[in-house]
Design a protein around this ligand. Sequence first.
Ligand SMILES: C[S@@+](CC[C@H](N)C(=O)[O-])C[C@H]1O[C@@H](n2cnc3c(N)ncnc32)[C@H](O)[C@@H]1O
Length: 233
Amino acid sequence: MAADFDEAPPEVHHYESLAEVPWDIQIYWKQRYRIFSKYDEGVWLTDDAWFGVTPEPVADKIAEDIAATAPEGRVILVDAFAGAGGNTIAFAKTGKWKRIYAIEKNPAVLRCAKHNAQVYGVENKITWFEGDCFEILKNQLKDLAPYCVLFASPPWGGPGYRSDRVFDLHTMEPYPLAKLYDEYSAFTKHLALYLPRTSDLKQLAEVVEEDRKATVVHYCIEGASKAFSSDSE
Ligand SMILES: C[S@@+](CC[C@H](N)C(=O)[O-])C[C@H]1O[C@@H](n2cnc3c(N)ncnc32)[C@H](O)[C@@H]1O
């Protein structure tokens, strides 16, 4: 199916030259092919989505790692914060999952994710949900929980994401680590969180119950540190 290039909502853009790009996202636009290798095929983003999208090489590696470690019978991947589709597309590309469920509460950003999945030719593997992931997990997806692995790349807002030497996961906004961990653990024990590279690992260790195990992976692009992904089972 051809991507719907003609129907972008007003807050969605495909910038083709630096002159069109708002100053605060120019640094991201200059790295556009690292973020989406198919950028020139018409990738859509809202201006805010540029800040949160997982660069394609990192998304691909995370998808490969989660596919390799998923327990037998876990055939559905739920992406709780789909954003513009960076991780969702990478999960779909692995061919590992019977279905990807991707949740995003911002309708314009969700349009980007759907469109970008078309650009990458993986839209038929994904079921999209517009709304709040905590509600959707509890209400619409709860019966599927035994078959799911949950991935979440939450917003990293709040004080200090860029400036603090150690990122405080208790003050992460709008969802502190404890809320994410508690809500997601009630849904499934098989979950992976994508967190800032400077995250306080002691805080992470403290939320994981004693009888559970968490694995922390540090993802880098060409030697530059990007983020942690923490997996628990
Ligand atoms: C860091 S971005 C995700 C980026 C995504 N992994 C990607 O690669 O494009 C976080 C996203 O979560 C969405 N979001 C925030 N709260 C949400 C909620 N309660 N339920 C679903 N989506 C939410 C935001 O609109 C934002 O697009």
